[in-house]
Design a protein around this ligand. Structure first.
Ligand SMILES: Nc1ncnc2c1ncn2[C@@H]1O[C@H](COP(=O)(O)OP(=O)(O)OP(=O)(O)O)[C@@H](O)[C@H]1O
Length: 224
């Protein structure tokens, strides 16, 4: 469970989140809103990549600002730009790096790596140089390297920006099958239309908080 307790945040003099209070306990929560409305800032707080100026973010009872390492062990964060995340020379090594922090033995790690690459359609690219993957393949690899560690909570910031229609649909299915709690920031409204809850952010505030149907209808009306 993720709690935002009266969170306000500014970058320099510019306030980007204003008194946000939320309890997120649903399995899949979508966050939508205009460019610059504060969505990524909100999402990054769940993993303590940004710490609030005022108020607190509490993840499963743990204050994210005070216990960053502990919170990061249970929250996997997928960046919108996969180049921020992919660091190893080959696809296999990148996935295996994520698994070094787990207690799996070598054979288990190899099996987990094979399975996740298969699931993301990257099985033919195991020994491929990561740098030479296409943008979409990199985005899938970045996601795979987080999902493979099975964090309790996954936060994904615009995970479909580089994906073609087929891979966007594949990702939708992957998300539908996850047991972990999933928080997704996106401009791809189809991605969250079967989620349990959708938040619409406008100018640093949660202005709509509802089921996807009414929330996305309200958002479309706001943007028209
Ligand atoms: N590190 C930073 N330093 C200064 N300003 C920042 C920083 N990160 C974000 N901002 C500003 O804060 C505001 C909110 O940014 P944020 O990335 O949270 O918005 P967003 O809703 O995710 O936008 P988008 O849909 O365009 O990705 C923007 O005006 C942005 O320029």
């Amino acid at each position: 469970m993720i709690e935002f307790r009266d969170v306000t945040h500014a970058y320099d003099a510019r306030t980007v989140l204003r008194e946000v209070s939320l309890t997120l306990s649903e399995r899949r929560v979508g966050i939508v809103g205009a460019n610059g409305s504060g969505k990524s800032t909100l999402a990054r707080m769940i993993n303590a990549l940004v710490t609030p100026d005022q108020g607190s973010v509490v993840v499963d009872g743990v204050d994210a600002s005070r216990h960053k390492r502990q919170v990061r062990r249970s929250v996997g964060f997928v960046f919108s730009d996969p180049d921020r995340q992919i660091i190893m020379p080959t696809v296999r090594e990148d996935i295996e790096l994520s698994l070094t922090r787990t207690e799996l033995n070598r054979a288990q790690r190899a099996e987990r790596t094979r399975a996740v690459l298969d699931r993301f359609g990257l099985a033919d690219h195991v020994d491929h140089p990561s740098a030479r993957l296409s943008g979409g393949q990199k985005q899938l690899l970045a996601l795979a390297s987080i999902l493979v560690t099975e964090p309790q909570i996954i936060v994904a910031d615009e995970p479909t920006t580089l994906l073609d229609l087929r891979n966007s649909r594949m990702l939708r299915e992957v998300f539908a099958g996850l047991d972990e709690q999933l928080i997704v920031v996106t401009h791809d409204l189809d991605l969250v239309d079967d989620f349990d809850r959708v938040l619409v952010i406008d100018d640093g505030r949660v202005v709509v908080d509802d089921l996807p149907g009414p929330a996305l209808t309200a958002y479309r009306a706001m943007m028209s």
